[in-house]
Ligand binder design. Structure first.
Ligand code: FES
Length: 166
């Protein structure tokens, strides 16, 4: 049994399934800190976001400071610090989108879903984030639903798009 496996074995019987899965991923990379992105991707997949408890586990097992892990998570938009709904709505507030009225699109999404930025609907179906440029400025203003990109948005289009996911 290697060091990581020794550290990761829970003797208390209270380890939760998600943590167990995360530890399995860490063991699979032999605790190699250069595999941080792989581990973070796995954590995002397992939890649907990367909670503080998971950051702590990764920090301890890979021996990487929490601040560094936090920095990586907040740099990449594919990682989230908040729980995400089944459908994560992103409205781009990058410059090109903002000057073309993306704030009004964002306000419309908030109004329809009844949640604020960073929020999640009570049924867990939708969450809402504002994003930085998603690299589709030619289509500004842009809204995303998970990996789907909707360009040339205006508030009147929001309801029809959301209805597709209900
Ligand atoms: S600023 Fe919105 S896609 Fe670039």
């Amino acid at each position: 049994m290697n060091e990581i496996e020794k550290k990761s074995v829970c003797t208390c019987g209270e380890i939760d399934d998600n943590k167990k899965k995360l530890l399995e991923v860490i063991v699979s990379v032999n605790g190699d800190k250069s595999q941080l992105m792989k581990v973070l991707n796995a954590a995002q997949e397992i939890y649907g976001y990367i909670p503080t408890s998971a950051q702590k586990t990764i920090s301890e097992e890979l021996d990487i400071p929490m601040a560094e892990i936090y920095g990586v998570i907040t740099f990449y938009t594919r990682f989230s610090l908040e729980p995400k709904g089944k459908y994560n709505i992103g409205v781009c507030l990058g410059t090109a989108c903002y000057v073309k009225g993306s704030q009004m699109v964002l306000d419309k999404v908030k109004e329809i879903l009844g949640i604020d930025v960073g929020g999640i609907t009570p049924d867990g179906k939708f969450s809402l984030v504002s994003t930085r440029c998603v690299g589709a400025c030619g289509l500004a203003p842009v809204m995303t639903v998970n990996d789907e990109v909707y360009g040339n948005m205006d508030p009147s289009k929001v309801k029809d798009i959301l209805d597709k996911y209900v």
